[in-house]
Write a protein that binds this ligand. Structure first.
Ligand SMILES: *Cc1c(COP(=O)(O)O)cnc(C)c1O
Length: 336
């Protein structure tokens, strides 16, 4: 397997220019006050598909051989939307495979881009099986959500933007699932600034990368409904890139509870006036918990996406209960 380098991320930056945007980095006065050190928000939710995944998907699809006529992927929603968006730009067929855990709002967003949608089973593994079938039978190319060098390089472009504007950054908080985002950012950020501290954050129910790093090889986790739905799923039994990158380059891993994610969505809404999805609020959740005591700033938080079901978002900001399968997140009004 060829080793990914900073130059791959720099090439990706040129390739995706004009498809994904260079997102704003804005101050969070509230989190700055809470932590006593400067906190900045990298607003990936401002991407045309409402999440950072367009960076990696566009880079992967723009690098396909010319004879390819169609792509497929398995997705928790945002990667599927990104693949659909980039495929549409090139006039390619796109078939997006998802499990029944994917929120309706994400499925609708993908259908609106004219992609074909397959809902299969109740886990990422089930959706992946359908993807594998489409590769075999229809000759489509499977674009992995996180374990593809072009996808990882695309996500890594976030680090170049961050360090271009703020070379003084000391810490970056990164939502972590399959590790394409954290792996890409780590690859580029550590190449530019070896002593930068990188923290990967996941929900405590179904933290596949966390378990896999500890075990030293891919570990299966049971997938359950979570407020951080975009962080669900395993890392693939044949993981080639993202596990290695995350194991080597991520300095620290933090787990947050559903209750902490709930309050983080409230915090973003009431303090920063930002609507964000659960998977993108885990950094705020970690900062507001006491799980990260000694942090040196400036700190950047990657606010990865905004594709949340607005009924659930309404329930959370109003302090109502949220039911996640057989788990209930108890409602509570926002307190600073
Ligand atoms: C995919 C996703 C993540 C996690 O990215 P990985 O590369 O799978 O670690 C975080 N937040 C959002 C909103 C996502 O869609």
């Amino acid at each position: 397997m060829p080793e990914l380098k900073l130059a791959d991320v720099e090439r990706a930056r040129c390739a995706i220019l004009g498809t994904s945007i260079e997102t704003p980095l804005i101050p969070s006065p509230h989190l700055t006050e809470v932590t006593g050190t400067e906190v900045l928000l990298k607003l990936e939710l401002a991407q045309p598909i409402g999440a950072f995944k367009l960076r990696g998907a566009a880079n992967a699809i723009f690098n396909l051989p010319e004879h390819v006529t169609g792509v497929t992927c398995c997705s928790t929603g945002n990667h599927g939307r990104a693949v659909a968006y980039a495929a549409k730009a090139l006039g390619l067929r796109a078939v997006i495979c998802m499990s029944s855990l994917v929120p309706r709002t994400k499925v609708e967003g993908i259908k609106a881009l004219n992609a074909e949608v397959r809902i299969v089973g109740a886990s990422q593994d089930d959706a992946q099986a359908e993807c594998d079938r489409l590769v075999q039978e229809d000759g489509l190319v499977d674009i992995s959500p996180f374990d593809d060098p072009h996808v990882i390089a695309g996500q890594g472009t976030i680090a170049l933007e961050l360090l271009d504007i703020r070379p003084d950054l000391e810490t970056v908080l990164i939502p972590l699932s399959g590790g394409g985002l954290a792996g890409g950012i780590a690859l580029a950020a550590k190449a530019r600034k070896p002593r930068i501290r990188l923290i990967g954050i996941t929900m405590d129910r179904g933290a596949a990368m966390h378990e896999s790093i500890r075990a030293g090889s891919p570990v299966d986790v049971t997938e359950v409904p979570s407020l951080a739905d975009s962080l669900g799923g395993g890392i693939g039994h044949n993981n080639q890139y993202s596990l290695d990158l995350c194991s080597r380059l991520i300095d620290e891993l933090v787990l947050v509870s559903e209750e902490e994610i709930y309050r983080a969505i409230q915090t973003m809404y009431y303090e920063d006036r930002i609507v964000c999805e659960g998977g993108s609020a885990v950094g705020v959740a970690a900062l507001k918990s006491s799980k990260l005591a000694l942090l040196s700033g400036p700190i950047a938080l990657i606010v990865t996406g905004r594709n949340i079901d607005m009924t659930i978002h309404g329930d959370i900001v109003q302090g109502r209960d949220v039911v996640l399968g057989d788990y209930v997140v108890q409602g509570q009004s926002y307190q600073a």
